[in-house]
Design a protein. Structure first.
Length: 216
């Protein structure tokens, strides 16, 4: 899940300042779950912009704006409304905004800030769980990611700042991820893997940015 937060209205209005006629695109997947760009949020944003004197030419919630195929499919029925707009306000993650720009060829304003790839515990509780590092080691760590959850990026157990199972970063309010990994691996009977020395991370696996995966 891509976790997003809505930008302050003042920031959105500043970006939209040169434009009168706006078309709004929402996201039917991640931003809907985060309640930052679903049907309700799109309606609310349209009303806010109208109160600020903007003309809303139309709105659509695309199933997944970062998928060019779905974007083309879901915007086909609103081509005229998009054409009549001076700019698009995109209520999706950064990938969605860039897909809209590339395929609709219209000035596009981002409405959201993309925070992280995360776990949804429930609506309103989201936790970062993946950095898309390119080299997944979750089997070796009991399904708990130290790359994401250790502030210091430790790859071979806890640092000297751990105390009573807590991490010194943040004032000992959070569990040390390596203690969590140890407990999980012990429960799974996999401490032999836990105790093995891990080589330094291979940063070449991050790839050359911007990254891509292309099936040949």
């Amino acid at each position: 899940m891509i976790i997003t937060e809505q930008k302050p209205l003042e920031e959105i209005l500043e970006m939209l300042k040169p434009f009168k006629r706006i078309f709004i695109i929402g996201c039917g997947t991640c931003a809907t779950t985060c309640q930052t760009g679903g049907e309700e949020q799109v309606k609310e944003m349209a009303e806010k912009l109208k109160r600020e004197g903007k003309v809303i030419t139309g709105t659509v919630v695309v199933e997944s704006p970062c998928d060019a195929r779905l974007l083309r499919r879901d915007t086909r029925k609103v081509k005229v409304e998009i054409r009549d707009a001076e700019a698009i306000l995109c209520m999706a993650c950064g990938a969605g905004v860039q897909t809209v720009v590339e395929h609709l060829e219209k000035i596009t304003v981002p409405c959201l800030d993309t925070k992280f790839i995360g776990e949804t515990e429930r609506i309103g509780r989201f936790y970062e769980r993946c950095r898309a590092c390119g080299e997944c080691i979750l089997f070796e760590t009991g399904g708990i990611c130290p790359v994401t959850r250790c502030p210091k990026g430790m790859m071979n157990g806890p640092c000297g700042g751990m105390y009573n199972g807590k991490c010194e970063v943040g004032g000992y309010t959070r569990d040390c991820v390596w203690v969590l990994i140890y407990k999980r691996m012990k429960e799974l009977g996999m401490l032999d893997i836990y105790k093995s020395l891990k080589p330094p991370r291979d940063y070449t696996k991050l790839g050359i940015q911007p990254r891509e995966v292309v099936w040949v």
